[in-house]
Write a protein that binds this ligand. Structure first.
Ligand code: MLT
Length: 402
């Protein structure tokens, strides 16, 4: 009997579990402490009223034999997929078919599970810093090789996203098979323009690579010419998979609903990836609850869209408060415009974890150390705009008082 030894290669806990443990330990030692959490990107505003109403109605349907529903379709109810196609893609002038949309319980699960349909021999290209799920799940799958002392894996191709390149990665200088891109970016909060993304689409089509495009923060885009979907870019349907989520768009982090789009045109060695994912999901996933999918559908209704936009606007204001508060106080800050994340440079060159400890111990503010997202994140720190307005303002004042 043997375990999957790849799991043993991952030395640390999942980043956000580590942080949660540190907060718990601090709170135990300081029971009265008023800790402000701007660490994990978890929302605080309640669900849009339209979603709540639709979910209550769906609960009522579940109470009667005539309207009760059992297993949901493993790829999502048509009513939700049709609403997604119409509201998230037709509005962009993008033609997506309902059977190219796979409803799921989260972009975290989908970006983590998508590796199932690819060979373990593929070369994976990752931005650095990066949402840890992309890296960790490829380590678990056996695509990583061995790690050096900085936590860099021998088989990954790293694409540093730094101040020098405006946090937009450069095209790989060698052949890579799978490319993870996330824009608006987690953790840096920075974006890519349509022209820049076109270069990636062209690279992928030329090299036979597949781009895994995580657009979970799409709803935060305000700037013109920033793509809401990779499928706005000519040629993307033959080289890209897109991940979307209701988590940050409409407060579904606890309710759980997301979707993945795989166009039929996307083929590897003549095999449609859509078919492989359909098979994977049908085998390993039993669908999202009817109640949740009715809630998600309502988010895409006229009322729901307006309510969701108001919530995003509220978080945008928090981002503005953090960005400008810290900038005025002399910090170097990035992101926060088309994103709920503010990426700041730690003062006086101290390490990301030192800054984490300093904030927690001195002013009881929690953020996420940049180095937790990869070696190139060292010397940076992420704050989220998902708190309450008062706590956000107070956190900025506390950080300024340091
Ligand atoms: C984050 O803080 O990076 C996100 O909340 C993580 C996630 O969406 O899973």
């Amino acid at each position: 009997m043997k375990v999957n030894e790849n799991f043993l290669k991952i030395k640390n806990n999942y980043l956000f579990s580590d942080i949660a443990k540190k907060i718990a330990a601090y709170k135990e030692a300081h029971p009265g402490a008023d800790v402000i959490r701007l660490g994990i990107g978890d929302v605080t505003k309640p669900l849009p009223a339209a979603a709540i109403e639709a979910m209550k109605k769906a609960v009522e349907e579940m109470a009667h034999e005539e309207t009760f529903r059992g297993y949901p379709p493993e790829w999502g109810y048509d009513f939700l997929k049709e609403a997604i196609v119409k509201n998230d893609f037709e509005t962009l002038g993008v033609d997506i078919k309902t059977d190219e949309v796979f409803v799921s319980d989260g972009a975290k699960s989908d970006t983590g599970n998508i590796g199932d349909i690819f060979s373990v021999d593929n070369k994976v290209a990752l931005c650095d810093p990066i949402y840890p799920v992309y890296a960790d799940t490829n380590v678990m799958a056996g695509r990583a090789g061995v790690s050096d002392e900085n936590g860099r894996w021998s088989n990954f191709y790293y694409m540093p996203c730094t101040e020098d390149n405006g946090f937009v990665p450069e095209l790989p200088k060698e052949h890579v098979d799978i490319i993870y891109l996330c824009f608006p970016n987690n953790p840096t909060g920075m974006t890519i323009t349509k022209d820049e993304l076109k270069l990636w689409v062209d690279y992928a089509n030329k090299n036979g690579s597949v781009i895994l495009f995580d657009a979970a923060y799409e709803a935060f885009i305000k700037t013109e010419n920033v793509p809401h979907s990779i499928f706005e870019i000519d040629g993307a349907k033959t080289c890209a998979i897109e991940f979307r989520s209701f988590s940050k768009t409409a407060g579904f982090t606890g309710t759980r609903c997301a979707y993945t789009v795989i166009p039929h045109e996307l083929k590897v060695d003549g095999v449609e990836l859509n078919k492989l994912w359909a098979r994977r999901q049908a085998t390993k996933f039993n669908g999202v609850s009817y109640i949740t999918q009715r809630g998600a559908e309502a988010v895409l209704s006229g009322e729901g869209k307006k309510q969701a936009r108001d919530i995003i606007e509220f978080y945008h204001n928090n981002a503005h408060v953090i960005y400008h508060g810290l900038k005025d106080a002399g910090y170097t800050v990035y992101g926060g415009i088309d994103s709920p994340y503010i990426w700041l440079k730690t003062p006086n060159g101290i390490s990301s974890w030192e800054f984490f400890d300093l904030l927690l111990n001195k002013v009881q503010v929690v953020g996420t150390p940049g180095s937790g997202f990869g070696p190139a994140g060292e010397g940076f720190f992420r704050l989220t705009a998902f708190g309450s307005a008062d706590k956000t303002k107070e956190a900025v004042e506390r950080i300024k008082s340091l």
